[in-house]
Design a protein around this ligand. Structure first.
Ligand SMILES: *Cc1c(COP(=O)(O)O)cnc(C)c1O
Length: 365
């Protein structure tokens, strides 16, 4: 049996079927149905937010966020250490990503480097709570206020993390989530937009469904509506969220026990209740990473290089920018397998393969 970096969580078939029955009774399959509304209200209550839009995926959520805030053809300060969707959504909306390097401890956008990247065309900052770690939300808010910029957090990894008692995915003018099957909490495909402002929320409500209400057209819209089947999966999995995070914590703690003294790890953050979305480790260098991957792959264990390469190197970017910290981290970081039913024995096996493949360390301890 192969072990991959993640494994989608499935509820029992009966739990899903229970919600499907509703669909067969009402014959409503999509278009803001009853299950979608129930899902939105359960998640808003959990996150303690007022305006929560459930949409088709985390990428369209970012694009809708840019549209809703009227950010067109401007420059967006963002991070090179993320999944490609952060950047592709900016480019797709005809904006220009301007990379600012990350800080080396939690790999989030370094606020100290934002101001030197600002130009008269800068419209927004799009940081990422990468791996579920908190960006420096206070510093970013201060800079945004000072320069009249919008803040859109790509919070695709942040669901379940709380910072200073508040959902990490509720900061900024807008935060977006992804509920893709590989994420900690999922609805097969799906995403969400969390908005602070009521007016922007009303606009989103229209533009996510073609921009019109009945025969009256208000804005240029797109189809970002989510279906009742996806909402059903969300409703079936949501009651398991606490258990999912506890089991992930258990696996992470076990990795810590075996690897902590041997591998560099992100710093723990004082005010963060972490969601255990990922288990990233840093190797000394790329050679060591490749040696470990070879040893694991030989036993059908497949960790993933999250994130590689640094997004500064994307071939379709017009001007090349360099972010040395991001490039360095990308060359030697990987995420180890982490999912609720990963067995203790499997974690031990993974660690027993990793340790002897590490170069030049004191393994006696
Ligand atoms: C997964 C992910 C996305 C995209 O989400 P989809 O739901 O797959 O479209 C965006 N940003 C980050 C950081 C992600 O990890």
């Amino acid at each position: 049996m192969s072990i991959y970096v993640t494994k989608p969580y499935l509820p029992s078939f009966e739990e899903y079927e229970k919600f499907l029955k509703d669909i067969w009774e009402t014959n409503v399959l999509t278009n803001q149905g009853k299950l979608l509304k129930k899902f939105e209200s359960e998640l808003s209550a959990y996150l303690r937010v007022n305006y929560f839009h459930y949409v088709t995926n985390g990428t369209i959520a970012l694009q809708l966020a840019l549209k809703a805030l009227d950010i067109e053809e401007g420059e967006i300060i963002t991070t090179p250490f993320s999944y490609v969707a952060t950047i592709s959504s900016i480019l797709w909306e005809r904006c220009k990503p301007v990379f600012v390097d990350i800080e080396p401890h939690n790999f989030t956008l370094d606020p100290q480097k934002i101001e030197e990247a600002l130009t008269p065309r800068t419209r927004a900052i799009m940081p990422v709570h990468v791996f579920g770690y908190a960006c420096d939300v206070e510093a970013i808010e201060k800079i945004a206020k000072k320069h009249h910029l919008k803040v859109i957090y790509d919070a695709a990894h942040a669901f379940g993390s709380f910072y200073k008692g508040r959902a990490l995915s509720s900061y900024g003018d807008i935060s977006t989530l992804s509920f893709h099957a590989t994420k900690l909490f999922h609805t097969v495909e799906g995403g969400a937009i969390i908005v602070q402002d009521e007016y922007v929320s009303q606009k989103l409500d229209l533009i996510k469904r073609f921009g019109h209400r009945e025969d009256k057209h208000f804005y240029l819209g797109i189809n970002g509506k989510q279906s009742e089947f996806h909402a059903a999966m969300g409703l079936a999995i949501f009651p398991h969220l606490t258990e999912i995070m506890q089991l992930r914590k258990h696996v992470s703690d076990l990795y810590d026990l075996y690897l902590e003294r041997h591998l560099e790890r992100p710093k723990s953050q004082k005010y963060l209740e972490y969601n255990y979305a990922y288990y990233p480790v840093l190797f000394h260098n790329e050679t060591e990473l490749k040696r470990v991957f070879e040893a694991l792959n030989a036993q059908n264990i497949y960790p993933r290089r999250y994130f590689y390469p640094s997004l500064t190197t994307l071939p379709y970017l017009k001007n090349k920018q360099s972010c040395p910290i991001s490039e360095n981290i990308c060359s030697r970081i990987a995420c180890l397998p982490l999912y609720p039913d990963l067995k203790d024995d499997e974690v031990k096996k993974i660690c027993r393969i990793i340790l002897p493949s590490l170069g030049n360390r004191n393994l006696a301890a």
